[in-house]
Ligand binder design. Structure first.
Ligand code: HEC
Ligand code: HEC
Ligand code: HEC
Ligand code: HEC
Ligand code: HEC
Ligand code: HEC
Ligand code: HEC
Ligand code: HEC
Length: 436
C-alpha cells in the first residue's frame, strides 16, 4: 500500500512560523508499516544493513515512508519487475529506479520547481530531444576520447559526463537498467517512465537529509575543476573562509524557510541559490536567482521560461532576488558596489576577450584556415580554453568573490590566451596556411 497524497496533505507540511520553534519537524503519520512494507525492511536489514540504517535515521523512516512507497510500481509501468526475490510471484512489482514522479506524489512543489531549472536539462542537452538544435558532443566522446574504437565508444561518457549530467536510462530484457546507462549519479537523468531529474544528487539516498543538501559538499561533487570551479571559488571567498573556520558548529537542521542568519554566519551555496532567507522563499529552481548566463561562450542576460534554453530564467528578477539574499547581512551600498565590480568583469570578458577571439575564429574559418579536427588545432584548442575554462573562471570568480579565480586563474590567463590566438591568427593570415 502506498501512502496516499491525501494522507500527506492531511498531516500537512509544517508552516514556517510553527517550525521556527523546533529544529526537527515533529510530524508523525498515524500508521505503522503495512505487513508487506515490514517484510521489505526486515529482509533487507540482513542483506543491506547500510541501506536500512540510512533509512531508519531518516525523516522517511520516522514518518513511515518505506521501501514499498518508493520502489513499488504499477504492473503496467515500463520499469515493473520482480527481480527482488522477496516479491517474486506476488502482485507487488518493484524497481531499483525511483524517479521524480515518485517523489512528486508527495513533494509536488520541489519537483515542479526543479523541472523549471537549468538542472532539468543536465542530460537532455546531450541526449538531444527531437526538435532541439544543440551542438552534439558525440564526436568528442566517441571519436576523440574513445579513440574511435567501438568497444570504448561511450566509456568516457559513463565515467564522466553522465555521473554529473545524467544519462538516458535504457532497459534490458530483464527489466533492469543497462550497464551502459546505470548507475548514473547525474542531475538530469532521463528515466524509462519519461520523467527527468535526479532528486538524490544533493540529499543522497536513503537519508534524504536536508542538512546535507545545505552544505557546500552537496554541490561540490559536480561544481569543481578547471571549467566550473565553484567550490574552489567558495573556498577562496570570505564566506568560505568563515564556513571553514566554524561551519561545523552551525545549525543545518531548521525547517525550510526557517533557516536564517544566526543558524549560520555566512552563506553556503544553498543559502544564495536555493534556501528561503528573509522575505525570499526556498526554491528548487537554481536558475531563479541568476542574472547572466556565465557558462556560455558569451554572457547574456537571461530571459527565457524554457528550461531547455541556455537563457532560462529572468535576469532582472534574478538579480533582484540575489540582492535580497545579500541584504540580510550587508548594506545596500556593499551589495550594489560588489555587483558593479562583478558585472564590469563579465562585460570585460565579453568585449575584451570573447568578441575579439570570435572575430579571428570566424575570419580563419571563412578563409579555410582552421583544421577539421578542432582538438588537434592550436588555435581552436586555445579558443576553447579561453571561453570554457579561463573565461568561466574569471566570470564565476568575479560574481562569487573568488579573487584568485577572477584574477590568476582567470583574466591573467585570458590575456595570455588572446596574445597566443593573435599570434597564430597573424601567422595563418600572412602565410595563407595552417602551421604544422
Ligand atoms: C524516499 C524514497 C525511497 C525510499 C523510502 C527507499 N528508497 Fe531505495 N532508492 C531510492 C532512490 C532514489 C534510489 C536510487 C535509484 C537510482 O539511482 O536508480 C534507491 C536505490 C535503492 C537500491 C539500489 C541501491 C544501490 O546502491 O545498489 C536498493 C537495493 C534500494 N533502494 C532498496 C531500498 C530499501 C530496502 C528500502 C527500505 C528500507 C528503500 N530502498 C527505501 C529511493 C527510496
Ligand atoms: C525475503 C527477502 C526479501 C524481501 C521480503 C524483499 N526483498 Fe528486495 N531484495 C532481496 C534480495 C536478496 C535482493 C537482491 C539484492 C542484490 O542483488 O544485491 C533484493 C533486491 C531488491 C531490489 C533491487 C532490484 C534489482 O533489480 O536489483 C529492490 C528495489 C528491492 N529488493 C526492494 C524491495 C521491496 C520494496 C520489498 C518489499 C515490497 C522487498 N524488496 C522485499 C530480498 C528481499
Ligand atoms: C509517500 C510519500 C513520500 C514519498 C514518495 C517521498 N517522500 Fe520525502 N518525505 C515525505 C514525508 C511525509 C516527509 C517528512 C516531512 C516532514 O518531516 O515534514 C518527507 C521528507 C523529505 C525530505 C526532508 C528531510 C529532512 O531532513 O527534513 C526530503 C529531502 C525528502 N523527503 C526527499 C524525497 C525524495 C527525494 C523522494 C523521492 C526519491 C521522496 N522524498 C519521496 C513523504 C514522501
Ligand atoms: C564533474 C562534473 C561534470 C562532468 C564530468 C561533465 N560536466 Fe558538463 N557541466 C558540469 C557543470 C557543473 C556545468 C554547469 C556550469 C555552469 O553553470 O557554470 C556543466 C556544463 C556543461 C554544458 C553547458 C550547459 C548547457 O546546457 O549547454 C555542456 C554542454 C556540458 N556541460 C557537457 C558535458 C559533456 C558532454 C561532458 C562529458 C564529455 C561533461 N559535460 C562532463 C559538470 C560536469
Ligand atoms: C541542487 C541540489 C538539490 C536537488 C537536485 C534537490 N534538492 Fe531537495 N533540497 C535541497 C536543499 C538545499 C534543500 C533545503 C532548502 C532550504 O534550506 O530551504 C532541500 C529540501 C528539500 C525538501 C524539504 C522541503 C520541506 O518543505 O520539508 C524536500 C521534500 C526536497 N528537497 C525534495 C526534493 C526533490 C523531490 C527533488 C527532486 C526533484 C530534490 N529535492 C532535488 C537541495 C536539492
Ligand atoms: C550531480 C551533479 C550536480 C550537483 C550535485 C549539483 N549540480 Fe548544479 N549543475 C550540474 C550540471 C551538470 C549543470 C549544468 C546543467 C546544464 O546546463 O546542462 C548544473 C548547473 C547549475 C547552475 C546553472 C544553471 C543554469 O541555468 O545555467 C547552478 C546555479 C547550479 N548548478 C547550482 C548548484 C547548487 C547550488 C548545487 C548544490 C546545492 C548544485 N548545483 C548541485 C550538476 C550538479
Ligand atoms: C554569496 C552568495 C553565493 C554563494 C555562497 C555561492 N554563489 Fe554561486 N552565484 C552567486 C551569484 C551572485 C552568481 C551570479 C549570478 C548572476 O548575476 O548571474 C552565482 C553564479 C553561480 C553559477 C554560474 C551559473 C551560470 O550562469 O553559469 C554557478 C554554477 C554557481 N553560482 C554555483 C555555486 C556553487 C556550487 C556554490 C557553492 C560551492 C555557490 N555557487 C556559492 C552567488 C553565490
Ligand atoms: C548570512 C550572512 C551573509 C550573507 C547572506 C551574505 N554575506 Fe557576504 N559576508 C558575510 C560576512 C560575515 C562576511 C565577512 C566580513 C568580514 O570580512 O569581516 C562577508 C564578506 C563578504 C565579502 C568580502 C568583502 C568584505 O566586505 O568583507 C563580499 C564581497 C560579500 N560578502 C558579498 C556578498 C554578496 C554579494 C552576497 C549576496 C549574494 C553576500 N555577501 C551574502 C555575511 C554574509
Amino acid at each position: 500500500m502506498r501512502l496516499s497524497l491525501a494522507v500527506i496533505l492531511a498531516v500537512g507540511f509544517v508552516a514556517p512560523a510553527f517550525a521556527l520553534e523546533s529544529n526537527v519537524k515533529t510530524l508523525k503519520v498515524e500508521r505503522g508499516l503495512t505487513p508487506e512494507g515490514q517484510k521489505c525492511v526486515e529482509c533487507h536489514a540482513e542483506k543491506h544493513p547500510g541501506i536500512i540504517s540510512d533509512w531508519t535515521a531518516s525523516r522517511h523512516g520516522h514518518v513511515g515512508v518505506s521501501c514499498i512507497d518508493c520502489h513499488s510500481v504499477d504492473k503496467g509501468s515500463p520499469m515493473a519487475a520482480q527481480n527482488c526475490p522477496g516479491v517474486k510471484g506476488t502482485d507487488i512489482y518493484v524497481t531499483t529506479m525511483v524517479t521524480p514522479a515518485t517523489c512528486g506524489r508527495c513533494h509536488a512543489k520541489e519537483v515542479e520547481e526543479f523541472s523549471k531549472s537549468g538542472h532539468f536539462r543536465g542530460s537532455l542537452q546531450y541526449n538531444v530531444p527531437e526538435g532541439r538544435n544543440y551542438k552534439s558532443m558525440t564526436a568528442l566522446i566517441e571519436k576523440h576520447e574513445g579513440q574511435g574504437m567501438d568497444k570504448y565508444k561511450r566509456a568516457s561518457e559513463m565515467a564522466g559526463c553522465m555521473q554529473c549530467h545524467g544519462s538516458k536510462i535504457s532497459m534490458g530484457a530483464d527489466k533492469r537498467p543497462t550497464q551502459e546507462s546505470w548507475p548514473a549519479a547525474g542531475v538530469g537523468t532521463i528515466w524509462p517512465d519519461g520523467t527527468v531529474g535526479n532528486c538524490v544528487v544533493c540529499h543522497t539516498r536513503h537519508r534524504f537529509n536536508i542538512a546535507e543538501a545545505r552544505k557546500p559538499a552537496a554541490c561540490a561533487s559536480c561544481h569543481l575543476g578547471p571549467d566550473h570551479p565553484d567550490i574552489e571559488i567558495f573556498e577562496n571567498s570570505k564566506h568560505g573562509h568563515i564556513y571553514n573556520a566554524e561551519g561545523t558548529k552551525w545549525n543545518f537542521d531548521s525547517a525550510p524557510d526557517a533557516w536564517e542568519p544566526g543558524d549560520y554566519r555566512a552563506p553556503t551555496c544553498a543559502v544564495c541559490h536555493m534556501s528561503g532567507i528573509g522575505a525570499l522563499t526556498s526554491t528548487h529552481n537554481i536558475s531563479e536567482r541568476l542574472k547572466w548566463n556565465l557558462w556560455a561562450k558569451e554572457s547574456t542576460v537571461r530571459n527565457s521560461q524554457d528550461p531547455l534554453s541556455p537563457l532560462t530564467g529572468d535576469g532582472a528578477e534574478g538579480r533582484k532576488k540575489m540582492t535580497m539574499v545579500c541584504s540580510n547581512c550587508h548594506s545596500s551600498l556593499h551589495t550594489e558596489n560588489f555587483f558593479k565590480q562583478a558585472d564590469l568583469n563579465v562585460e570585460l570578458y565579453n568585449e575584451g576577450y570573447y568578441q575579439p577571439a570570435e572575430a579571428m575564429r570566424k575570419e580563419l574559418a571563412d578563409k579555410k584556415l582552421l583544421k577539421d579536427n578542432p582538438w588537434d588545432d592550436e588555435f581552436q584548442i586555445v579558443y576553447y580554453h579561453l571561453w570554457h575554462h579561463e573565461g568561466r573562471r574569471m566570470r564565476q570568480g568575479a560574481v562569487m568573490n573568488g579573487p584568485d579565480y577572477a584574477h590568476w586563474h582567470g583574466v591573467f590567463e585570458l590575456q595570455q590566451d588572446l596574445y597566443k590566438l593573435k599570434s597564430i591568427y597573424n601567422k595563418r593570415m600572412k602565410t595563407g596556411a595552417i602551421e604544422d
